[in-house]
Ligand binder design. Structure first.
Ligand SMILES: O=C(CO)[C@H](O)[C@H](O)COP(=O)(O)O
Length: 234
C-alpha cells in the first residue's frame, strides 16, 4: 500500500527538528509540508524550546501565531540561523523549484538571509531534471503582456518553449503577499543554471522566480522506505 502523503510530510518535518537548537532564529517556510514543521515546532516551543520564527507568508504567520510560536519580521531579525521550507521539485545539487504555494519571493528573501536552508519533502519531489512542475515567476501586474513576451524570449534563448499561464484564483489573478501576480512557465525542463536564473531576473517586470540555486544545503526526503538526507555538497 502506498504511504500516506501527509505521513511522509510529517516524517520529513519531524526529522528537520533535529537541526533546530535552543535560541535559534528560524525562517518558517510556506506550504503543506512546511506547515507540518510549524506544528511540530510549536509542540517543542510549548515544551520550553526558545526560538523565534520569521514566516515566509501571511498564511504561515497566521498558523505559527495561532500555535504560540514567538515571531519576528526579517527587519527585526535580518540574519537567521536556519530556514526550513518545502519545495515543488528538488533537482541535482539541491537546485529547487519553489512557488507552487505562491510565496516564492518571501521564501527566497528569507532563505538568502539564513545561514542554512533545509528543504523538507516527500520522495515524489526529487527529480533528475527540473521543470515538469511549471516554473512560478512572480511579476509586476503592470505590463504583464510585455513581461510574458520577454520571458518567452529568454526561454527561446535557452531552447525552451511552452505555455506561460497567469495563475488564477476564484476567477481572478492570484495576488501574492507582495501584491504581485504569478505566471507559471511550462517549459518541461528548466536548466538549473545561474545564467538562466540571472537572465530571468534581468527582465524589468520579473520580481523574482522560483528557481532556487545554491540556497538549500540539505534536503530531508521521506519515502516509503524511511527518511533520507541529501547533502547539497554531493
Ligand atoms: O514553494 C512553496 C510555496 O511557495 C512550497 O514550499 C511548495 O509549493 C511545496 O508545497 P507543499 O509542501 O504543499 O507541496
Amino acid at each position: 500500500m502506498a504511504a500516506d502523503p501527509k505521513a511522509l510530510k510529517i516524517a520529513a518535518a519531524r526529522a528537520a527538528l533535529d537541526y533546530v537548537q535552543d535560541g535559534m532564529k528560524l525562517g518558517l517556510g510556506t506550504g503543506s509540508t512546511a506547515e507540518e514543521f510549524v506544528r511540530l515546532l510549536a509542540e517543542k516551543v510549548a515544551g520550553g524550546l526558545k526560538v523565534v520564527g520569521v514566516p515566509t507568508s501571511v498564511r504561515t504567520e497566521e498558523l505559527a501565531r495561532s500555535l504560540g510560536i514567538p515571531l519576528a519580521t526579517l527587519d527585526d531579525e535580518p540574519s537567521l540561523d536556519l530556514t526550513v521550507d518545502g519545495a515543488d521539485e528538488i533537482g541535482p545539487h539541491l537546485a529547487l523549484i519553489k512557488g507552487g504555494g505562491g510565496a516564492l519571493l518571501r521564501e527566497k528573501i528569507v532563505a538568502a538571509a539564513s545561514s542554512r536552508m533545509i528543504v523538507i519533502a516527500d520522495e515524489s519531489k526529487v527529480v533528475e531534471t527540473l521543470g515538469a512542475f511549471p516554473l512560478p515567476i512572480e511579476v509586476n501586474p503592470f505590463g504583464l503582456k510585455a513581461t510574458v513576451l520577454a520571458i518567452e524570449h529568454i526561454g527561446r534563448q535557452f531552447g525552451l518553449t511552452g505555455e506561460i499561464r497567469l495563475r488564477m484564483k476564484d476567477g481572478k489573478p492570484f495576488v501574492t503577499d507582495g501584491g504581485h501576480f504569478i505566471v507559471d512557465a511550462s517549459f518541461g525542463r528548466i536548466p538549473a543554471t545561474k545564467a538562466f536564473a540571472d537572465e530571468l531576473n534581468m527582465i524589468p517586470g520579473v520580481v523574482e522566480h522560483g528557481l532556487f540555486i545554491g540556497l538549500a544545503s540539505l534536503a530531508i526526503v521521506a519515502g516509503e522506505g524511511g527518511v533520507r538526507v541529501i547533502d547539497g555538497k554531493n
